[in-house]
Design a protein around this ligand. Sequence first.
Ligand SMILES: *[C@@H]1O[C@H](CO)[C@@H](O)[C@H](O)[C@H]1NC(C)=O
Ligand SMILES: *[C@@H]1O[C@H](CO)[C@@H](O)[C@H](O)[C@H]1NC(C)=O
Ligand SMILES: *[C@@H]1O[C@H](CO)[C@@H](O)[C@H](O)[C@H]1NC(C)=O
Ligand SMILES: *[C@@H]1O[C@H](CO)[C@@H](O)[C@H](O)[C@H]1NC(C)=O
Ligand SMILES: *[C@@H]1O[C@H](CO)[C@@H](O)[C@H](O)[C@H]1NC(C)=O
Ligand SMILES: *[C@@H]1O[C@H](CO)[C@@H](O)[C@H](O)[C@H]1NC(C)=O
Ligand SMILES: *[C@@H]1O[C@H](CO)[C@@H](O)[C@H](O)[C@H]1NC(C)=O
Ligand SMILES: *[C@@H]1O[C@H](CO)[C@@H](O)[C@H](O)[C@H]1NC(C)=O
Ligand SMILES: *[C@@H]1O[C@H](CO)[C@@H](O)[C@H](O)[C@H]1NC(C)=O
Ligand SMILES: *[C@@H]1O[C@H](CO)[C@@H](O)[C@H](O)[C@H]1NC(C)=O
Length: 447
Amino acid sequence: MASSFLYFLFLSLALHFFVSASSAEATFEPDAFTLPIKKDNATLQYTTTIKIGANASSINVAIDIGGQLLWFDCDIGYNSSAFHYIQCGTAECDVEGAAVYCKICFPLPNLPPCPLATCGIDHYNPFITGTGSITGTGSSGDLAKDTLTINSTNVRGKRKRDKVPINVPLFSFSCVPSKDIKGLASGALGIIGLGNTPTSLPMQLFSMFNISQEFSMCLPSTSQTTGNILIGSGNKTTLYRDLLITTPILINPVSEYPFPDSLPSFDYFIGVTSINVNGQNVSFNSSLLSFDNEEGVGGTKISTATPYTILHTDIYNPFLDKFVKSATTLKIERVASVSPFGACFNSKTIHRIGEELHVPTINLVLQNNTVYWRIYGHNSMVRVKKGVMCLAFMDGGSNLRTSIVIGGHQLENNFLEFNLASSELRFSSSLFTKNRSCSHMGGYYLN
Ligand SMILES: *[C@@H]1O[C@H](CO)[C@@H](O)[C@H](O)[C@H]1NC(C)=O
Ligand SMILES: *[C@@H]1O[C@H](CO)[C@@H](O)[C@H](O)[C@H]1NC(C)=O
Ligand SMILES: *[C@@H]1O[C@H](CO)[C@@H](O)[C@H](O)[C@H]1NC(C)=O
Ligand SMILES: *[C@@H]1O[C@H](CO)[C@@H](O)[C@H](O)[C@H]1NC(C)=O
Ligand SMILES: *[C@@H]1O[C@H](CO)[C@@H](O)[C@H](O)[C@H]1NC(C)=O
Ligand SMILES: *[C@@H]1O[C@H](CO)[C@@H](O)[C@H](O)[C@H]1NC(C)=O
Ligand SMILES: *[C@@H]1O[C@H](CO)[C@@H](O)[C@H](O)[C@H]1NC(C)=O
Ligand SMILES: *[C@@H]1O[C@H](CO)[C@@H](O)[C@H](O)[C@H]1NC(C)=O
Ligand SMILES: *[C@@H]1O[C@H](CO)[C@@H](O)[C@H](O)[C@H]1NC(C)=O
Ligand SMILES: *[C@@H]1O[C@H](CO)[C@@H](O)[C@H](O)[C@H]1NC(C)=O
């Protein structure tokens, strides 16, 4: 008894010293990390710039919210003394939640020589088709580690708006051959994954820093404005907190990618239970809205790899009908469709209420029929040419794996916060209707 008491005392003292030491150091600890988001107006992709290597080389990458990890073409003259390949068969190659294997690596002139066998990992590029659905085009990459330099925010002891670059040693990513970098915005050399898996950017940072396990994303709607990713909680004002509506993040147990041993999906799914247009239910077979646990087919996910929301044909058709009928009652005139959209309208017949377009409101109804993701005109309509605006949704056909893929246009200027500790998504609906936009978020939500 006495000895266990002493042991307890010793532990308490040790803990006390540990806490004191870490709180002294805490002055230098970040509470969030941030990356800017740009929109590429040719491909409509969202990109960011990461800095990697001993010399912090800048690399532009497309953002894939459901992506597994960072991967890019390393053959770009980047030279880093901190770079190393991961050798197959080592503990570092035992990556949780990933299908890895032994392979021969692609030697690159500026980087250290390859080990005899490197740790390989497959990638699937969701941008190739531009539809967010996978056509099976994979690529084999070499796992590596290097120092990532990323801006942190709200470092205690610093002024609140200061961004402080922090070096993150031993950050994992993958090098892929140049020929496999396809379908990306001009200047982008790869893809950064923010998915729900241990190798994604947010998850690696959560495991290395004492930050809260959440990240937020706000996509800009033009190439002239900048959006923001914030990893960690940062110091968001209650202004933004108060706007947010909560819904669970669902894990689809089956990835859409043809991994040899099936892995869970890295995507963020949400539980849409019905769709209505101005309160009128869109009727379709609701079994499309849940994914089956054997195949992972069905359900609703969030994607930055498709510019517009894609719907399964059996949802798209009744949805389009309902929208067109509802628009007609507002005396909005339908005109010839412009591909890839199924319903287009004469802009002159679309009126405005304040800054917002007066078109039927689309509601994605979430749990309990009480939670609505409201989609107003700026997110539902897209101007395609002078005088013509179209309903910015696409028909994904009847083989679409995920029945609703919520795409970029519908996400723009919507503040999304993914809390991975509680598996909840908090979303704002359009900030625009609140006289805000994602570019107001550039100051880390402190304005
Ligand atoms: C993209 O935006 C820039 C800057 O506004 C403009 O100069 C350029 O023409 C645009 N490109 C396309 C393809 O729209
Ligand atoms: C980093 O950059 C400096 C100056 O440009 C150069 O002298 C040095 O060789 C570079 N180091 C590496 C590892 O690339
Ligand atoms: C890469 O950096 C190392 C160390 O700074 C230097 O010795 C080497 O010459 C550099 N290689 C190239 C191709 O720049
Ligand atoms: C940090 O932010 C500043 C200002 O936006 C930018 O100039 C700098 O390149 C960023 N640093 C990193 C490491 O991204
Ligand atoms: C992590 O951060 C929380 C909140 O700031 C703090 O209470 C906790 O003591 C920290 N843990 C460590 C191990 O530093
Ligand atoms: C967070 O922001 C508020 C309001 O701007 C400020 O009073 C507070 O000190 C900030 N907290 C930290 C930890 O920076
Ligand atoms: C609305 O439509 C969904 C999908 O077709 C259906 O499951 C639900 O029962 C409908 N709700 C009402 C109130 O009609
Ligand atoms: C809805 O779809 C499921 C799966 O395809 C099918 O089993 C079911 O019979 C359909 N229900 C109706 C009412 O059509
Ligand atoms: C949905 O209903 C359940 C059971 O009544 C409740 O626990 C849950 O909090 C509700 N969720 C929302 C978002 O209202
Ligand atoms: C938005 O701003 C405009 C002018 O800047 C103002 O007239 C309007 O009332 C504001 N709307 C809201 C919801 O704050």
